[in-house]
Write a protein that binds this ligand. Structure first.
Ligand SMILES: Nc1ncnc2c1ncn2[C@@H]1O[C@H](COP(=O)(O)OP(=O)(O)O)[C@@H](O)[C@H]1O
Ligand SMILES: [Mg+2]
Length: 484
């Protein structure tokens, strides 16, 4: 599993590296690489940052306001990407403390009392299951060492990597009998025999079987045999099955219960908006500068939580928003270059003013664009396929709804529509044509038109999320200003 391998590399790095030496002068030019670097990132990029100042890191961590980043600085960009990268192990797994404690407590109990047992972890993708298990495993091994208990043997595997589902028994057996004695019994039978007899071996075997769904879909018998291993009288197995499917427990637990090996179930619930925001902030807090506008992070967290609460999506969306921001900078640098060239060809050869430009942070409009690329809802497609004037009506209705915070009537909406058209020097449609367009929007389920004696008095209310309108129209140049 490359992601886990990467996490391990970073984690082991972080343990082995000494604190960086102190450095006196903290002053640097605004465009240079910053002089403070976060723990995890610093450790991951040790060769480049070996001379960083530790006190400065602390000072920046506690500082209320950080300076804005400079996206043109390659090193900064690299560190930001690293902070948001899926495979970068966060220094702490926030918002999963409770779940981790349940699993750790369970494992400790098994090790302490040399008692076998099974636990089943489920939850939607990107809810921190794999990440948490990595932490629990490390914590368990540290705890066993400190408590002077026999270290459990650990088998951590992703079931999708098994060529044959029953290979899992070979792997468990290998942990217990590395020399691999030649016997005619199958690995499963050997394990069953082993766990049926008293043995002098005190070490327990922790099996973390990630992506367990694979075994269920491929071969239920293997799954049952696996969980059954924990029920043998002298079993040393602590089995932790991890799966994405939430209904899996219902599908296979009743059978396991009838086999007398029903595992404890720990449910990893989807991250809420506040949790996603906290995790993003914590990861970005490792950096000594501000990269995102706060509202942009909040927008991302809100949308991802509403969609599925998948942390992976949140991180990817932030990463893509940075790309949108970079593209904007490139474009504006290009435009500036062109205008300089037009004014004075000599100046353009040394675009010093581009370098001196005050750098900004990733804003909500970049985030909206990035979100729309990830969550293309059918509503977004519908809005984008609308004729331009109907899009303008939707945009003005959204602004009116947000401003008025109440239902408005068609006459009021018409006024807003005319204003928006005029501000962009577009001739507005007449009121008759306008009401026809509103009827079309009503039929498409994009707005709701009430009944009234006069068309002008018909109530208009929102039918779709304002975010969908923003997503859909954000990419269209005409709407860029009015959506801000
Ligand atoms: N609590 C958290 N703190 C920091 N990053 C997290 C957290 N939860 C998830 N992530 C990020 O999301 C990625 C996906 O999490 P993961 O544990 O693989 O999810 P799951 O196994 O539930 O599908 C992780 O690699 C990590 O980068
Ligand atoms: Mg996983």
């Amino acid at each position: 599993m490359p992601a886990i391998a990467a996490k391990r590399t970073i984690a082991s790095h972080s343990h082995s590296h000494p604190s960086p030496p102190l450095r006196k002068s903290p002053r640097r030019s605004p465009n240079s690489t910053p002089n403070s670097t976060p723990n995890v990132i610093r450790k991951a990029l040790i060769p480049q940052f070996s001379s960083l100042s530790a006190p400065l890191v602390d000072r920046c961590h506690t500082a209320a306001v950080k300076p804005n980043w400079n996206p043109k600085d390659g090193e900064q960009l690299k560190m930001v990407r690293l902070a948001l990268h899926l495979s970068t192990a966060p220094s702490s797994v926030l918002c999963r403390e409770e779940e981790q404690n349940v699993v750790l407590g369970f494992c400790k109990g098994c090790v302490e009392h040399q008692k076998a047992g099974s636990l089943y972890i489920c939850g939607c993708p990107g809810t921190g299951k794999t990440l948490s298990m990595e932490k629990v495993k490390d914590q368990l091994l540290n705890w066993a060492t400190e408590a002077g208990l026999p270290q459990p043997n650990v088998l951590s595997l992703n079931c999708t990597t098994l060529a044959n589902t029953s290979d899992i028994f070979i792997k468990i057996l290998d942990l217990n009998q590395p020399q691999g004695k030649k016997v005619s019994a199958t690995p499963l039978q050997q394990l069953q025999n082993m766990y049926s007899q008293k043995s002098s071996i005190k070490n327990m075997t922790l099996i973390v079987a990630d992506e367990l769904d694979y075994l269920i879909t491929k071969d239920r018998a293997v799954l049952h045999d696996l969980f059954m291993l924990t029920t043998f009288p002298f079993s040393k197995c602590i089995l932790i099955g991890v799966a994405n499917a939430i209904d899996l427990a219902d599908r296979f637990l009743p059978r396991l219960a009838s086999l007398n090996c029903k595992p404890i179930v720990v449910n990893f619930r989807a991250y809420s908006k506040d949790q996603i925001l906290k995790i993003l902030e914590e990861r970005l807090n490792e950096l000594p500068y501000t990269v995102f506008q706060q509202q942009a992070l909040e927008l991302c967290a809100r949308k991802v939580a509403a969609a599925c609460g998948d942390m992976r999506n949140a991180l990817c969306i932030c990463m893509n928003a940075i790309e949108m921001f970079e593209a904007e900078i490139r474009e504006s640098a290009c435009n500036l270059n062109t205008s300089l060239e037009e004014k004075s060809p000599n100046l353009a050869a040394a675009p010093d003013c581009i370098e001196k430009r005050e750098f900004d942070v990733v804003r909500t409009d970049h985030m909206s664009l990035s979100l729309s690329k990830t969550y293309r809802s059918p509503v977004v497609d519908t809005i984008q396929a609308l004729p331009h004037h109907q899009q303008i009506i939707l945009c003005s209705s959204m602004k009116r709804f947000l401003g008025a915070r109440r239902d408005i009537n068609l006459g009021e909406l018409y006024k807003s529509y005319v204003e928006l058209c005029k501000s962009s020097i577009i001739p507005p449609a007449g009121i008759l044509e306008f009401s026809n367009m509103c009827r079309v929007l009503n039929d498409q389920g994009l707005i709701k038109l009430g009944q009234a004696r006069e068309d002008k008095l018909r109530k208009v209310s929102p039918k779709i999320d304002e975010g969908d309108i923003t997503f859909a129209l954000q990419g269209i140049r005409f709407f860029q200003n009015c959506l801000k």
